[in-house]
Design a protein around this ligand. Structure first.
Ligand SMILES: [Cu+2]
Length: 158
């Protein structure tokens, strides 16, 4: 009986937790790409590579995908669910130059970010240039969602 209670509790927390807000900085945080603004300014944004990731309860689809180093990219995050979700990718965001966040309410210049919230029923875009090779984990940090499977992997390849 007791064990059953303990297993049920995270589910309740997960469904009721809120996603918080974007983590965006206009000043260079420690460990981030200092040349982000210069990389963004030098990139050709006329034909960015578009990668779409759909958020579900509780997974990212695709859960693993490739991005190309030095290629301007639109990372489109679609949340068709009735639940707020987030994309948190601390190491990945340290290694990319972010031009802007795009959403229903407009465009936010975002040189340095660590988290993007995708509210229920909305789509957000992150315009970025991957600057270093690697395999980078990402997750949704709403309570319980990562434990339920909202995790993924981005491979930055040539
Ligand atoms: Cu989530």
């Amino acid at each position: 009986m007791m064990r059953r209670y303990l297993l049920t509790l995270p589910v309740i927390l997960g469904l009721s937790a809120c996603a918080g807000s974007d983590a965006v900085s206009t000043a260079l945080p420690p460990g981030y790409l200092s040349a982000a603004r210069e990389i963004v300014a030098a990139a050709d944004w006329s034909n960015p590579e578009t990668v779409t990731v759909t958020l579900a309860n509780y997974r990212f689809s695709p859960g693993e995908f490739d991005l190309h180093r030095d290629r301007p990219t639109r990372l489109v995050l679609v949340n068709p669910t009735a639940t707020d979700h987030a994309m948190v990718a601390e190491q990945f965001f340290r290694e990319v130059a972010v031009r802007q966040l795009v959403g229903p309410t407009g465009t936010t210049p975002a040189p340095w970010i660590s988290k993007v919230v995708i509210p229920a029923g909305q789509t957000r875009e992150i315009w970025l240039v991957p600057a270093r090779y690697g395999a980078f984990r990402f997750k949704c940090d709403v309570t319980g969602h990562s434990a339920f499977g909202m995790n993924g992997l981005i491979n930055v390849i040539p």
